[in-house]
Design a protein around this ligand. Structure first.
Ligand code: FAD
Length: 317
């Protein structure tokens, strides 16, 4: 079922959803199930599965370092299909511009359709570690908006090289990313919002936000988006801080601010077990307020371990 239909069907309650990361190559999918199992009692209407693009790995050969482009994690489609089958829940693959040609994207989307996937999250993807700026893959897309356009065209039966007369076209519900504290490359929040509006005008049906630790940022972002005429649901993304080094890592990687009170609470912790508890309590407070304000879904970034997400969900849902 489409995310937008889940939201329509819901009678004013705040729903629980979460995102998982495919296990690294060589690990078993059971690793992933072990993290999903404890969260199923909170009835998520959908589960997102992230996609990682290829990365360079360095291999020493005869004393010289050789580099090889490789994918460290399996593709998200197979994982979505197995989650859907095992838990009877909608699983949402993240589809990226980076690392894929338009043809490869089309094949992926056709497979998604065959496998009964109703939603896809359309994202640009980050630059590779070696790149200063995002470099589009040859034959691929530059921006998530181009990807939204391709998905929308496929929904209308317009394939890349031919038009297929078909009454069995895909009809994907399309999610896109939004940034309450602006995307790191955007010159201003206003210009980033204009880009978000373009994605919605081209066919995006809902937005999931980047993590934030101060709800005010999210409320202001939603107000600014509505003022600009963006009317689709904007689902808040929440990530509990789990280790002390997140204080540096999260602002560096995601360009998000951490409120002073949270920094102080983390800094006074003697070990990461205590930090994990601080992260849980902060996320519970954030979630309570979001729930009181009537957000339709709270989407949690589980980052591979779900014990903290479970503790938050137990307090909220
Ligand atoms: P875009 O919407 O293309 O925006 C990228 C930048 O370009 C922005 O600064 C925007 O303002 C600007 N821009 C957009 N259009 C134009 C234009 N026409 N001209 C000039 N500038 C423009 N990454 C992964 O690799 N895998 C994942 O699974 C993944 N999941 C994510 C899930 C969520 C909910 C979020 C919030 C992010 C996720 N990301 C993921 C990270 C995301 O790929 C990065 O943040 C990436 O840098 C931007 O992606 P985007 O889709 O927002 O890009």
């Amino acid at each position: 079922m489409k995310v937008t239909d889940h939201l329509k069907q819901n009678k004013g309650e705040t729903l629980f959803s979460f995102e998982v990361i495919p296990p690294v190559k060589g690990k078993s999918i059971d690793e992933l199930y072990k993290n999903i199992d404890p969260l199923m009692e909170f009835n998520p209407p959908f589960i997102d599965v992230t996609t990682s693009r290829e990365e360079y790995v360095y291999i020493e050969r005869g004393g010289l370092l050789d580099r090889k482009l490789t994918r460290m994690r399996p593709g998200s489609l197979g994982i979505c299909a197995s989650i859907k089958h095992k838990y009877d829940v909608d699983a949402i693959p993240h589809v990226l511009c980076g690392g894929f040609t338009k043809e490869e994207t089309e094949y992926l989307l056709v497979d998604c359709h065959y496998l009964g996937i109703d939603n896809v999250m359309a994202l640009r993807g980050d630059s590779m570690k070696e790149e200063r700026y995002f470099e589009p893959t040859e034959g691929g897309h530059q921006y998530a908006s181009d990807l939204v356009k391709q998905i929308k065209q496929l929904n209308q039966g317009n394939y890349l090289h031919e038009v297929i007369e078909s009454d069995n076209c895909s009809d994907f519900c399309i999610g896109v990313a939004g940034y309450p504290e602006k995307h790191m490359e955007a010159p201003s929040l206003q210009s980033d919002l204009k880009r978000l509006k373009e994605k919605v005008e081209l066919g995006a049906n809902y937005v999931v936000t980047q993590m934030f630790f101060d709800n005010q940022r999210y409320f202001e972002f939603v107000d600014a988006a509505r003022d600009m005429g963006i009317e689709v649901p904007i689902l808040p993304g929440i990530k509990p801080i789990a280790v002390k080094k997140h204080l540096q890592l999260l602002p560096q990687v995601f360009r998000v601010d951490i409120p002073e009170d949270l920094i102080e609470a983390v800094e006074t912790c003697s070990d990461n077990k205590a930090v994990r508890q601080v992260g849980i309590e902060w996320a519970i407070q954030q979630s309570k307020e979001l729930q009181e304000k009537g957000v339709p879904v709270i989407h949690y970034y589980s980052m591979g371990k779900s014990d903290n997400i479970k503790a938050i969900a137990q307090a909220i849902f």
